[in-house]
Design a protein around this ligand. Structure first.
Ligand code: GLC
Length: 734
């Protein structure tokens, strides 16, 4: 049922008029499904004052039980919003968000999150903490896997697509759910990529690089936001009035509500920002933070603050309203319960697996294919599949599997066996890979007695066994990378090398002289320098989800021609990070004859550039033209280019448009992505692709004048297959 805005307001006002202050504060409280031992159990809290939301539960029956208590036993009978991290699938798992961004096709995240919403809503979940839209320019940061990479233009397209996927154009639909843009803001810019560490970003970087995907989410109608953990310029994001009042509400007109990250309101005391719990509550409310995620800071301190006159009831009501409005819009007052028989029908829809397979195929990136080793022939008789993630369901399902989800993905080994029913497909795991320091998430999933670490001798034996298996095969598919705990939250690392002894394994197998294909299963760029030089074919598969192995096999054996492109560059070393293409020229540009190496122990040139990706065919870019060599501020011109498939198989290309403002009020990056389109071309086919450049693309926030401006200057324009595109034109804004 779709309510008009006045109807929603009327209903909210009626509710507010009946509620006590305790209940109003209850709506600002999000109860932890597992409460980390804090606070009373959910039933007691619900009966006492109701609850805005409950998270970290994934139990349809339990949802209905708790909802019944809220409806029948809480003071005003206000239903609860159930929330969970449905990041890239509920039961049908899709490629991790960084992989979906590699498709450079907004349809991929939109279709994937549409399915995710349908399944999660059937389970009884109303709200997901997705999309994560943090820009990440440092591959050491574990959460790079959860976002869309280093670029605000690509990141904005992916953010809006995910919001559309979850919410559709009517979030009240029975198959839709509230989306949540997170983590507001700047979380990915901590020094060294160290998760949770403080972030220092000047306003021009915030507004030109880190805010745009969040703004795109607001413009797409995203219902909620999540404030980040860390200090932003010495003010915790969850107590940050600049972020949540000035930017999000006053400038962007956001009318939804903001939830903190886990315990982040209470954490303001730990961070040395708030004096005590009550002070933290005061700062959260003053900053416009609606919902306290499971720290119970609001329920402990807000009523007292009102009694002391430090907060007014109106200030509390202002934060309660959008939460109640969301519940009204979602129809929770009419339909608070979920049909407990629905889920199994929904999650077994064959079309869901088809969307997962399709999105995985479109997300993979071909990094190398010397002498066209790929695609492989299906007539091969004996293939060895080797590596610690070659037969791992968890590695390919990847980061942020929802609580209670049992991995069921098709592994790479299984996918190759599916593809080659008549061949002998042998397997060796090789040496185990494990984090040096387990994370809380790993400990929670693996329990208190994790499997003992493999000894060095055992690892050596495993390498020898793998080499033997490889020696008996015609062809070797190496599947290397990271486990699902090696990226994601609390999963930053100092190195970008292949973890453990994988490199040793790879070199030992390569020394046999057989054809070797490397498939990467990982959640971040990796410094695969040796492989890049010595291994003839490399496919970046990322964390491809439920249909992982089938998608990899489709590409390796030529049933699908890969068309993905990198949303992040691949540094040669972890110590080169943060590394990104959109940098300023400096007085000594890296291509100039005066070039002074940024490091004398090795140029920090990326192994693979932002936007890079190969195909089984080839493409040519010609006839780059701009509709006007000059235009006035505020006008728009068209850039067009012809793209031809010069090979003999059909394939996808992603023409990318980059601009560079040659001078102006501020120095601007030497290249900035301002247009892309993924297109399909038959052999010999040519398509003319057009891009528009106008105020939206050419305006930036100036550090010089502290405002948005568009300079009257000359621009370089490049269009090509990645961020190193050379086909060039110019235009002038007068
Ligand atoms: C986590 C994450 C956040 C997630 C939230 C709820 O710590 O930082 O991304 O949505 O808590 O699980």
């Amino acid at each position: 049922m779709k309510y008009s805005k006045p109807e929603v307001e009327k209903k909210v006002n009626e509710l507010i008029s009946k509620m006590s202050l305790a209940e109003k504060v209850g709506q600002l409280n999000q109860i932890g499904g597992f409460s980390f031992g804090q606070g009373p159990g959910p039933e007691e809290q619900i009966r006492e004052r109701g609850a805005g939301s409950i998270l970290w539960l994934n139990d349809t029956k339990r949802f209905n039980e708790l909802q019944k208590i809220a409806i029948e036993e809480s003071p005003s009978g206000i239903p609860i919003l159930f929330a969970l991290d449905v990041i890239h699938g509920y039961r049908t798992i899709f490629p991790a968000p960084l992989a979906m961004a590699s498709s450079w096709d907004p349809d991929v995240p939109e279709k994937a999150q549409t399915v995710a919403a349908r399944e999660a809503r059937a389970a009884g979940i109303h709200w997901t903490f997705t999309p994560m839209v943090d820009i990440a320019r440092d591959a050491r940061w574990g959460r790079i896997v959860e976002g869309a990479g280093e670029d605000p233009y690509l990141g904005s397209a992916m953010a809006a697509a995910q919001v559309r996927g979850f919410q559709g154009d009517d979030v009240t639909g029975p198959e839709r759910m509230l989306a949540c843009a997170k983590h507001f803001a700047g979380y990915g810019a901590s020094d060294g990529g160290r998760d949770y560490d403080p972030v220092y970003l000047p306003e021009n970087l915030l507004r030109n690089v880190y805010f745009p995907p969040f703004k795109a989410a607001v413009d797409a109608g995203c219902a909620t936001f999540m404030s980040a953990y860390m200090d932003l310029n010495d003010v915790p994001a969850s107590g940050n009035q600049f972020l949540m009042r000035q930017v999000l509400r006053e400038e962007w007109g956001f009318e939804g509500f903001v939830v903190s990250d886990a315990h982040a309101v209470g954490s303001m005391v730990t961070q040395g920002h708030a004096r005590d719990t009550k002070d933290a509550a005061l700062r959260g409310i003053k900053a416009g933070l609606n919902l306290d995620m499971s720290s119970y800071t609001y329920t402990k301190g807000v009523e007292e603050l009102v009694d002391e006159g430090k907060l007014t009831v109106e200030e509390i009501e202002e934060l309660v309203r959008p939460i109640l409005a969301a519940k009204v819009k979602m129809g929770l007052f009419e339909t608070p319960y979920v049909d407990e028989d629905l889920l199994e029908q929904v999650v077994n829809r064959p079309d869901h697996r088809e969307v997962s397979l399709w999105s995985a195929q479109r997300s993979m990136v071909l990094l190398k294919n010397e002498k066209n080793l790929l695609p492989l022939s299906k007539d091969v008789k004996k293939v060895a599949v080797i590596g610690p993630v070659a037969d791992s369901k968890t590695a390919v399902e990847g980061t942020w599997m929802v609580f209670g989800h049992e991995p069921a993905a098709v592994t790479v080994l299984e996918g190759i066996r599916n593809k080659l029913p008549d061949a002998e497909v042998t397997y060796a795991e090789g040496p185990e890979i494990k984090r040096d320091i387990p994370s809380w998430f790993q400990a929670r999933r693996e329990g208190d007695n994790p499997k003992p670490r493999q000894t060095s001798e055992e690892a050596t034996a495993a390498i020898q066994e793998a080499v033997k298996i490889a020696g008996d095969a015609e062809l070797v598919v190496m599947v290397l990378g990271e486990t699902h705990f090696m990226s994601g939250e609390a999963a930053s690392r100092a190195s970008l090398d292949l973890p453990g002894r994988q490199e040793e394994l790879l070199q030992a197998v390569a020394a046999l002289g057989k054809p070797v294909v490397l498939v990467l299963v990982n959640g971040r760029p990796l410094s695969i320098n040796w492989a890049a030089e010595h291994i003839p074919a490399i496919l970046e598969a990322w964390q491809p989800g439920s249909e992982a192995g089938n998608a990899v096999a489709d590409i390796l054996f030529g049933d699908v021609n890969p068309g993905g492109k990198l949303p992040v560059c691949f540094p040669q070393k972890g110590s080169h990070a943060p590394l990104y293409y959109a940098r300023n020229l400096t007085h000594s540009p890296e291509s100039s004859e005066r070039y002074n190496p940024r490091y004398w122990d090795g140029l920090p040139v990326p192994l693979y550039a932002f936007g890079f990706g190969l195909s089984y065919t080839t493409f040519e870019f010609t006839n780059l033209s701009v509709s006007d060599s000059q235009m006035k501020v505020g006008e728009t011109l068209t850039v067009s280019v012809d793209v031809t498939n010069t090979g003999d198989v059909a394939g996808d290309e992603v023409p990318q448009l980059y601009i560079h403002q040659k001078w102006g009020t501020d120095t601007r990056p030497m290249r900035e992505l301002k247009g892309f389109q993924r297109i399909s071309l038959e052999p010999g086919e040519t398509k003319t692709v057009e891009f528009e450049l106008g105020p939206k693309e050419l305006t930036y926030w100036s550090a010089n004048v502290h405002d948005w401006i568009q300079d009257t200057v000359t621009f370089d324009v490049w269009v090509g297959a990645d961020s190193t595109a050379s086909l060039h034109a110019e235009f002038e804004v007068i």
